[in-house]
Design a protein. Structure first.
Ligand code: B12
Length: 354
C-alpha cells in the first residue's frame, strides 16, 4: 500500500465518519488496518489524521459542529495517534542505536497538543530519541529538562500566534543553554517569518521535511542573537499593562452598540465574547514581533467565526476602534490597528450577506 491509498477519498471519508461519531474503536481499527496492509505510520499520521483534524476546525468554525463534537473528535484523533505510534514502535528493531536527543513541546499558552504530538511521533519514527513535553511548556519546566537531559535540539510548536511573546522566552532559554531550536506550526507565521524574528535556528512547517533536513545538516550551536530593537519603544509592555482597561473599554463599546451580544443567555454569547477578549493579547503579540499580519491573521479567523454566529464583521471594527483610544499615543499600535481596520473593510465585501 502507498500513501496514495492512505489519502484515498474512501479511506478519508470513513475516518471522518468515525471522528463525527466519536468512534475511537472504528478510527483506530481503520488506522491500524492501513499499517498492516503496508502503509507507513508517517503516512497515516501526516496524510490521514492531520488533514482530517484540520477539517474538524472548519466544521467547528462554521458551527456545523458544536464545541463538544470538536473535543470528542480531537480526543479520538489523539488516541489514534497513540495507537499508531505504539504499533510502529512495537515493530521497530530493539537493538537500533539511540538517535540524537530531542525535546519537543508546545510553547507557553499553546494548548494545541495534537500538531506537536504528530510532529514528535514523526521525529521518533525517524530515529530521534524524543521526549514529548506536551502543552503549555513554561520556562522553568524547559530549564529543568534542558539540564537533566542535555538534549541536542529543542523542537517548539506554536499554532496560535498570540503565544509568540512567550515562545521567545523558550527560544532564548534553549539557545542560552547552547541547544538549537527547531520551530514548527502555523503560529510561527507565513514561511516561519516570526520564528526567525524570535531567533529560532530552523523553521520547518512539515515534520517529515524537518527530519530530512536534520538527517543531512544539524544546526550549529547557537550564538548570541540581536535583541528585538523595536521593543525599546515599550509599546508591548504598555499594552500588557493596560490589558484590563482595554478589555473594559472594548466590552463597554460592544455592550453599547450590540447589546444582544452581551446577553449571557444568547446562543454562542460566551464563545463570541471570548474571541473579542483575545484582541488585546493578539495586538500585543503583533507589536512584539512588529508585524500587523499577526492581527490580520486573527481577524481572518475571527471574522469567519463571528459571521457563522450571526455577528457582523463591523463589530470587530468597533472593537479595534475601542482599543485605538487609549493607545492613540503609540505609533506602532495605531498603525497595526489601522491595518486591521483596512483588512476588515476589504474583507467585509468577501463575507456573504446574511
Ligand atoms: C483541535 C483544536 C483545538 C483544541 C486543541 C486540542 C488538542 N489537544 O490539540 C482546543 C479545543 C484546545 C482548541 C482551542 C483553541 N483553538 Co483551536 N483548533 C483546533 C483544530 C480544530 C485542530 C488542530 C489540529 O490538531 N490540527 C491538525 C494539525 C495536525 O495540523 P497542523 O497545525 O497543520 O499541524 C502540522 C504542522 O503545523 C506541523 N507542526 C506543528 N507543530 C510542529 C512542531 C515542529 C517542531 C515541526 C517540525 C512541525 C510542527 O506539523 C503538524 C503535523 O503535520 C484547529 C483547526 C486547524 N485547521 O488546525 C483549530 C485552531 C488551530 N484553533 C484556533 C483557535 C482560535 C483556538 C482558540 C483560541 C479558540 C477558542 N475559542 O477556544 C483556543 C486556543 C487554545 C490555546 N490557548 O491553545 C484557530 C487558530 C486561528 C488563529 N490564527 O489564531 C484554528 C485554526 C481554528 C480554525 N480556524 O479552525 N483548539
Amino acid at each position: 500500500m502507498t500513501g496514495a491509498r492512505v489519502a484515498a477519498p474512501g479511506v478519508r471519508a470513513a475516518f471522518d465518519d468515525h471522528l463525527a461519531h466519536a468512534d475511537e474503536t472504528g478510527a483506530t481499527a481503520l488506522a491500524l488496518s492501513l499499517l498492516r496492509s503496508g502503509a507507513s505510520a508517517e503516512e497515516v499520521l501526516l496524510r490521514l489524521i492531520a488533514p482530517a483534524q484540520a477539517a474538524v476546525g472548519t466544521r467547528w468554525v462554521s458551527t456545523q459542529w458544536s464545541v463538544a463534537q470538536e473535543h470528542a473528535a480531537t480526543h479520538v484523533s489523539e488516541r489514534v495517534v497513540s495507537a499508531v505510534a505504539a504499533e510502529a514502535s512495537a515493530s521497530r528493531p530493539r537493538n537500533s542505536a539511540p538517535g540524537r536527543r530531542v525535546l519537543c513541546g508546545c510553547v507557553e499558552g499553546e494548548h494545541h497538543t495534537l500538531p506537536a504530538r504528530i510532529a514528535a511521533e514523526v521525529l521518533r519514527l525517524r530515529g530521534f530519541d524524543l521526549t514529548f513535553l506536551g502543552a503549555n511548556v513554561l520556562v522553568p519546566r524547559l530549564v529543568s529538562h534542558l539540564h537533566r537531559q542535555g538534549p541536542d535540539l529543542v523542537a517548539l510548536s506554536c499554532v496560535i500566534p498570540v503565544c509568540l511573546p512567550a515562545a521567545h522566552r523558550l527560544v532564548e532559554c534553549s539557545r542560552r543553554a547552547g541547544v538549537p531550536v527547531l520551530a514548527g506550526g502555523a503560529g510561527f507565521g507565513p514561511a516561519g517569518v516570526w520564528a526567525r524574528t524570535l531567533g529560532a535556528d530552523l523553521y520547518l512547517p512539515d515534520p517529515a521535511a524537518a527530519a530530512d533536513m536534520l538527517a543531512v545538516r544539524w544546526p550549529d550551536t547557537p550564538r548570541e542573537t540581536a535583541p528585538l530593537e523595536h521593543l525599546a519603544d515599550e509599546e508591548y509592555s504598555r499594552i500588557v499593562r493596560q490589558r484590563a482597561e482595554l478589555l473594559r473599554r472594548l466590552f463597554a463599546r460592544l455592550r453599547e452598540r450590540y447589546p444582544s451580544l452581551c446577553d449571557p443567555g444568547a446562543e454562542h454569547a460566551e464563545a463570541v465574547l471570548e474571541e473579542f477578549g483575545r484582541l488585546p493579547d493578539v495586538l500585543a503579540a503583533a507589536i512584539y514581533v512588529d508585524d500587523p499580519r499577526v492581527l490580520t491573521d486573527y481577524l481572518s479567523f475571527g471574522a469567519a467565526f463571528l459571521h457563522a454566529r450571526g455577528v457582523p464583521t463591523a463589530a470587530l471594527g468597533l472593537a479595534l476602534g475601542a482599543l485605538s483610544g487609549p493607545l492613540g499615543d503609540l505609533p506602532r499600535a495605531s498603525g497595526h490597528l489601522d491595518a486591521g481596520r483596512r483588512w476588515l473593510a476589504a474583507a467585509d465585501h468577501a463575507v456573504p450577506p446574511d
